[in-house]
Write a protein that binds this ligand. Structure first.
Ligand SMILES: [Mg+2]
Ligand SMILES: [Zn+2]
Length: 174
């Protein structure tokens, strides 16, 4: 079984911009490559798990999303980081009905488990919203990190709230 590092996309991999789908608007967050390399070297497979209700809302479509994902994966690759797969939820409950993939549901993590034989219990999720943490807890992950650059979030079910991505694995090495 493989351990996984699950990354939320908007607000963890890239700077949060509402309903981002254009490559020119995509800005990597400081430290994301280093964080990925750290866990990759420890044997974690890296996945992106992202809610993309902009698709249900018709702000952009599946092709736009795929094009951006391909570009993002390539940029990671240039830096030595292999993203195993990008899972996305294109739904919104008010528009397309209830689904089991939209976080806080754990459908995307369960899909990765099935497809790549992932050991969820020993996997990690990093998100910038409580629903990312809840998705991780629903899947039985033991480590969950809430990334809050603004340092405004005081309460979370996460293992730890961090304001810098580096603080996640710096704590790990102590
Ligand atoms: Mg996010
Ligand atoms: Zn969904």
């Amino acid at each position: 079984m493989q351990k996984a590092l699950f990354l939320d996309r908007d607000g963890v991999v890239n700077v949060e911009k509402d309903y981002l789908y254009k490559i020119e608007d995509f800005e990597f967050i400081d430290g994301i490559v280093e964080l990925c390399l750290y866990y990759q070297n420890k044997g974690y497979k890296i996945f992106v798990v992202t809610n993309q209700s902009g698709i249900a809302r018709k702000y952009y479509n599946e092709d736009d999303f795929s094009a951006l994902s391909r570009w993002m994966i390539l940029e990671f690759k240039k830096n030595g980081v292999i993203i195993k797969k990008v899972y996305h939820c294109p739904h919104h409950p008010d528009i397309s009905g209830i689904c089991n993939c939209r976080k806080p549901h754990d459908g995307m993590l369960q899909a990765a488990k099935k497809e790549f034989n992932i050991d969820l219990k020993n996997s990690i999720i990093i998100g910038d919203k409580e629903r990312d943490i809840e998705a991780g807890l629903n899947a039985g992950l033991s480590e969950t990190y809430l990334f809050d650059e603004s340092k405004t979030i005081k309460e979370s079910k996460a293992t730890k709230i961090v304001s810098k991505l580096g603080d996640i694995y710096n704590a790990d090495t102590q």
